[in-house]
Design a protein around this ligand. Sequence first.
Ligand code: NAP
Length: 304
Amino acid sequence: MPEIYDLVIVGGGPAGLTAGIYAMRGGLKALLIEKLAPGGQIALTEIVENYPGLPEISGAELTRLMEEHAKKFGVTIVNEEVMRIEDEGSSKVVKTNDKDYMARTVIVASGAKPRKLGVKGEEKFVGRGVSFCAICDGRFFQNKDVCVVGGGDSAVQEALYLSKLARKVYVVHRRSQLRTEKITQERAFSNPRIQFVWDSIVEEVAGENKVESVLTRNVKSNKERRISVDGVFIYVGNVPNTDFIDVRKDESKFIITSDRLETSIRGIFAAGDCRAKPLRQVATAVGDGALAAFHAERFIEESK
Ligand code: NAP
């Protein structure tokens, strides 16, 4: 007989690690499967300032603390990639690149990955000026000019981070309003190194062997503008990592859940950024993880 876990958690970001802590404390036999290193996208964030109790902490340190916390309660973490989850009624089969795991319940906390712009030059210059991670690549642009694309929290926060390294940071946004926390907006507006390029989209990333410029177009006037930059940081939202599971999703592939965070398959729950919800933050991911583990535990009790 194969080993049956009470709970298999897919993903080791804040939602998955929190689910692990709650599951272990609830006495469940749980396994957490993470493709890479724990932490998810928050591990690549310079500073987190809105997680209660920790007024200023680096994403890497917060991740380290969460992983240490989960391991303290005995969460087993394996590094494999989940390829598919199959529903066999009272048990679920989680198929990874290495083996199959049987579970009574599953929490999908697989997060999201950066969305691409899909413009000419974007793919070609990845690693040669195009980046999706300022904290990983920002140091290559010391005293150079860079551009950030997007108008959300990620774009503006990363523009602020890059302004400490780069000479000038252009923020190219398709509207004239940001969807960023007010405090972050004010910091960006008063930063002399940040210049906003409003109502504009990037049409092309250009260069010879590395990025040399971006071609933008003002969506109101249709006027094109070539801006000389050495780096382009793309922050235009996220695409959820949900292809490996067939459950009900919204039009952007985020998983739709009930109030119990249950998906359209009984016994399979979703938590964190892969779930359809209005606010994606560490605080809400942690809340999701706790709630999903609580309901998984209840589900097991009720199924006995
Ligand atoms: P987001 O909030 O979805 O913002 C994406 C931005 O990219 C928007 O400004 C959007 O423009 C723009 N955009 C989308 N597609 C585009 C395209 N094809 N071309 C040009 N621009 C495009 O994504 P995010 O900033 O990565 O944030 C994701 C979630 O994480 C959010 O819930 C956010 O609040 C959260 N987050 C929080 C923090 C924090 O708490 N400090 C930090 C980072 C992220 P429009 O505005 O016109 O739609």
